[in-house]
Design a protein around this ligand. Structure first.
Ligand code: PHE
Length: 353
């Protein structure tokens, strides 16, 4: 068979072969078959050298044209196949936006935060504002400025969590520069008075820490709400009236309240406020320690010594402060016999509120 005939025959099959390649890999196999080192077209081109010059010109032209066309058709087909592959990949990754969505499990506000917000609402209603302070607190604000004697038992490492001494030294005890996990929200009283001038009507909610073993009425981390009022002519009667108002709003008019004399280093005089136990209705049970009463807050008139540390002129101003345990109030409001359930994360319990 003459070379020219072979070229013509090959020419008639090139388009067909290339069109038959179903993907890029198959197309590459076709390219090798035609134009590779041992490819049929390559072999023909190599044979051109064996022809006599008269034939060589005509055959050479036909062969080169065929090679050019083959390369063009290959490139075209390659583009086609790549586009098709891309379309397919896009189609596979497409989202079906008509499918119904999966509902995300919905949480609930924790009972502690709910009660906190209720207490805040009651006091916001009578003109208070919210103040904040750090949970890792300097000894100065937590103890010294609140008139705790250097030997006060609350400062002992068995009652209070000590973090570190900023000087890098180990805990030596009773140093004003030491850092503790605040044992109450009262340090916010001092921070507030140092930041703003009277009249002051603030509430400071937050977590506090004590080295207590967890039991039905205690947790080593719990939540308090501090209140502070500093103004002209504030008296103990204002404190009583405010606490009575709060208790009625919070627990309802059927609960009884009482003031008991007490001692706090930072208030003078001081009192504790009890609410009648809602679990036994005052007859005595495990929750109220058989007394019929539950202590819900401590309070008193701001001690002049605290005013001195807080740079408030105690000749011009007087004030009262109070602090309550939110966990205890939650237990009272919802008759929860063991407050440990508040921190156990059991959704069956937490979802009820
Ligand atoms: N800080 C006190 C406590 O944690 C409560 C308190 C606050 C008492 C303000 C008096 C005034 O027990």
């Amino acid at each position: 068979m003459s070379l020219l005939t072979q070229i013509e025959q090959l020419q008639s099959t090139v388009q067909e072969k290339i069109d038959a390649a179903a993907d890029v890999a198959e197309l590459e196999a076709v390219r090798v078959e035609l134009l590779g080192r041992k490819g049929s077209l390559t072999t023909l081109l190599r044979e051109l050298g064996t022809l006599d010059p008269a034939q060589r010109a005509a055959c050479g032209k036909a062969a080169n044209e065929l090679r050019q066309r083959t390369e063009d058709v290959l490139a075209q087909r390659q583009e086609q196949l790549q586009a098709a592959a891309l379309d397919q990949r896009l189609a596979q990754g497409r989202l079906d936006i008509t499918l119904p969505g999966r509902a995300a499990p919905l949480g609930v506000q924790h009972l502690i935060n709910r009660i906190r917000d209720q207490v805040i609402d009651i006091f916001i209603g009578i003109g208070y504002q919210v103040a904040e302070g750090p949970e890792a607190e300097l000894d100065f604000y937590n103890f010294t400025a609140l008139n705790h004697d250097v030997q006060h038992p609350a400062r002992s490492a068995s009652d209070t969590f000590y973090l570190f001494d900023p000087s890098g030294e180990e805990h030596t005890g009773f140093e004003p520069s030491e850092v503790v996990l605040r044992t109450h929200t009262s340090p916010v009283q001092v921070r507030t008075m140092l930041q703003q001038k009277p009249p002051i009507y603030v509430l400071a909610p937050g977590k506090v820490y004590r080295r207590d073993a967890a039991d039905p009425t205690h947790l080593p981390q719990f939540t308090q709400m501090e209140g502070l009022v500093v103004d002209r002519d504030i008296t103990f009667a204002d404190l009583r009236g405010t606490m009575d108002y709060f208790c009625k709003e919070m627990f309802g008019k059927d609960r009884k309240t009482r003031f008991r004399p007490h001692y706090f280093p930072f208030t003078e005089p001081s009192a504790e406020v009890d609410v009648s136990c809602g679990i036994c209705d005052g007859s005595g049970c495990r929750f109220c320690g058989n007394t019929g009463w539950i202590e819900i807050l401590g309070c008193g008139m701001v001690d002049p010594e605290v005013f001195r540390h807080s740079q408030v002129d105690s000749d011009s101003y007087t004030g009262f402060a109070f602090g309550m345990g939110i966990d205890r109030i939650a237990a009272l409001r919802y008759d929860i016999p063991d407050i440990r359930i508040l921190v156990e994360g059991d959704m069956r319990f937490l979802r009820q509120f």
